[in-house]
Design a protein around this ligand. Structure first.
Ligand code: NAD
Ligand code: IPM
Ligand code: MN
Length: 352
């Protein structure tokens, strides 16, 4: 029996609530292919921070490097500044393991109403390729004269030709495998005349290698409008780290809920483990009530199975989730239901 070793960081807030079901379901789905998932849980996050003054032990990246994949719940706590918690755990993983592709689908499932009127099931099917290691998240900068009236801060975005081209190329390669074969690039190169102009140039250069793929370039302000006005028209979308972040919360709600938005942080070279996590955060407004939608975490675990080469298992997870959404099965309150996290996860599990 093939075994994959998975590190689990359930993390903060609703992270542990949604991760447990994702593990059970992934395990059951993997078994269809005679694959065993061996989990190692790490108690890292803000509770660890309260005890140890840091989010994880100093060698946590070395520890994680030994695994085949990482499954993460969420990071962030109302009592600690987010830049401390996120830069102490989540963001360094994406950078250190060169997970430069952040893949985030937004698909309108049958049975899920979009807040936009008149959208038919399956009519919205976007796949965002978010650059995940540089851009606005490069973490370059500093503070001067902190606490004095003349205090100042510098935060630098970093765009490299290599960084832009590789995410754009990944987007085009994915588009060639999809029926509509379209890529939309989203920047703000009218105002950000250095980094995002470099991005535009890279986009034009890579596009020339894919003559069968239709392209569109939009400015981010226009793009958010079009995500609402004509979400059906988007197929693959490629954007910088920050713009990809913002667009995927919008994409999530356009197809019904943050609780359905899955994501994968991928190092396609497979030199390092890739990480799978829902798009949503620790949701402090609903934590501990047992009503968080587990489907985003479950679908993220499905993306993990796909990455590990377990396509049949991944399909089983997808089909299980689609079945629960389509049929009169339990739904959490974000989808208009009254069911608990556990009941929804159990409903998916019973369909695997
Ligand atoms: P959030 O995604 O946690 O919540 C946004 C809204 O969506 C809230 O109303 C929440 O209740 C709802 N929601 C989110 N997930 C849901 C689910 N599974 N089921 C039902 N409803 C759900 O965003 P936020 O409030 O901006 O951030 C809260 C904390 O999480 C912050 O500390 C933030 O930095 C952190 N965060 C972490 C990650 C991550 O770990 N990947 C992602 C986003 C935000
Ligand atoms: C996400 C989150 C993170 C991001 C935050 C928590 C740093 O919002 O994964 O979408 O911006 O990447
Ligand atoms: Mn986000």
């Amino acid at each position: 029996m093939r075994t994959h070793r998975i590190a689990v960081i359930a993390g903060d807030g609703i992270g542990p609530e949604v991760t447990v079901g994702a593990q059970t379901i992934a395990e059951k789905a993997a078994a269809i292919e005679q694959v065993r998932l061996e989990w190692t849980a790490f108690p890292w996050g803000t509770d660890y921070f309260f005890q140890h003054g840091r989010m994880a032990p100093a060698d946590y990246l070395d520890q994680l490097s030994q695994f085949d994949a990482i499954l993460l719940g969420a990071v962030g706590h109302p009592k600690v500044q987010d830049h401390i918690t996120l830069n102490g755990l989540l963001l360094p993983i994406r950078r250190k393991f060169d997970q430069f592709i952040c893949l985030r689908p937004s698909y309108l499932y049958e049975g899920v109403p979009s807040p936009l009127v008149g959208k038919a099931p399956r009519s919205i099917d976007m796949l965002v390729f978010r650059e995940n290691t540089e851009g606005e998240y490069a973490n370059i900068g500093g503070r001067l004269y902190q606490g004095f009236p003349e205090e100042s801060a510098v935060q630098t975005s970093v765009f490299t030709r290599r960084g832009c081209e590789r995410i754009i190329r990944a987007a085009f390669e994915a588009a060639t495998k999809r029926p509509r074969k379209k890529v939309a690039s989203i920047t703000k190169s009218n105002a950000q005349g250095f980094g995002m102009v470099l991005w535009d140039e890279c986009f034009a250069r890579v596009a020339a290698d894919f003559p069968d793929v239709a392209t569109e370039s939009l400015l981010i302000d226009r793009a958010v409008m079009e995500f609402v006005r004509r979400p059906e028209s988007f197929d693959v979308v490629v954007a910088s780290n920050l713009f990809g972040d913002i667009l995927t919360d919008l994409g999530a709600i356009v197809v019904g809920s943050m609780g359905l938005a899955a994501s994968a942080n991928i190092d396609p070279t497979r030199r390092s483990p890739s990480m799978f996590e829902p798009v949503h955060g620790s949701a402090p407004d609903i934590v501990g009530r047992g009503v968080a939608n587990p489907l985003a975490a479950i679908l993220s675990a499905g993306m993990m199975l796909e990455h590990l080469g377990c396509s049949t298992a991944a399909r089983a997870v997808q089909t299980g989730v689609a079945g629960v959404l389509r049929e009169s099965a339990p739904k959490t309150p974000d989808l208009g239901g009254t069911a608990t996290t556990t009941a929804v996860a159990a409903a998916v599990e019973s369909r695997i």
